[in-house]
Design a protein around this ligand. Sequence first.
Ligand SMILES: *[C@@H]1O[C@H](CO)[C@@H](O)[C@H](O)[C@H]1NC(C)=O
Ligand SMILES: *[C@@H]1O[C@H](CO)[C@@H](O)[C@H](O)[C@H]1NC(C)=O
Length: 250
Amino acid sequence: MRLLSLLLFHTLVWPMHSTKGSCELLPQWRVVVGASQLSQRGPEAQVRSIKQVVLHERYEPRMESNDIALLELEQPIECNDYAQPACLPSAMAEVSNLSHCYISGWGVTQETSLETADILQEAKVHLIDITTCNSSRWYNGAIASNNLCAGYEQGGIDSCQGDSGGPLMCTKERSKRFWVIGVTSWGLGCAKAQRPGVYSSTQHFHDWILGKVRPRPRTRTGPCPSAQSSLSDFFRKLNEFLQGLKGKGT
Ligand SMILES: *[C@@H]1O[C@H](CO)[C@@H](O)[C@H](O)[C@H]1NC(C)=O
Ligand SMILES: *[C@@H]1O[C@H](CO)[C@@H](O)[C@H](O)[C@H]1NC(C)=O
């Protein structure tokens, strides 16, 4: 997935599994922000290389647990009409109160498709209660407490291969802010009934993220109330393209 969430204008949240076996290619990776069509990036696009990847120490590939990593960019992203910050929910935030949620990415638009989308796709999804999602007819115990499920019980709309790393971002009525509450991680197939997308919950990794991001003096006030998080500078519209990377893990 190419729409990543940028932290402090400088660090991206990224699903751990997408870095598997790819680290030797790191010098070739590029993060592209502010583009919606990959084949025709406009002059608004900002391209960055990656300084550092911070993997989660307890990532466990078999269950895709702790599927999160941070990317530090060589240069910060500049805010403009095409690159805007979003918020990171604190441990206290009631994420389920954010009633309007969206996923986005350049992943495949059909499960069997081999070609990823050229134009950024976005879809509205519902948060699905984690107990329901973990129940026998759904994911039957595969859901961890640091996951979120989002989609539709009947399927039909979902993230898919190539969407990993993208945001599950939510807002509420009459709010201008978006919170990146999840990072696209995995799913069984795509858009099947009772097999919604599974996301790493950024709220659950809040302390981990804070601990990894080097403290920087805050020279500007973020768009979020400071009570929400000191890490309020997530990007909403951060359209990035990491060349040669695919994979919503299965
Ligand atoms: C979340 O929603 C519940 C019920 O609608 C409300 O009582 C609670 O105050 C809300 N919490 C926040 C943080 O807005
Ligand atoms: C999901 O179910 C499994 C097996 O019963 C359990 O180990 C796990 O903790 C459950 N996850 C959540 C979020 O409750």
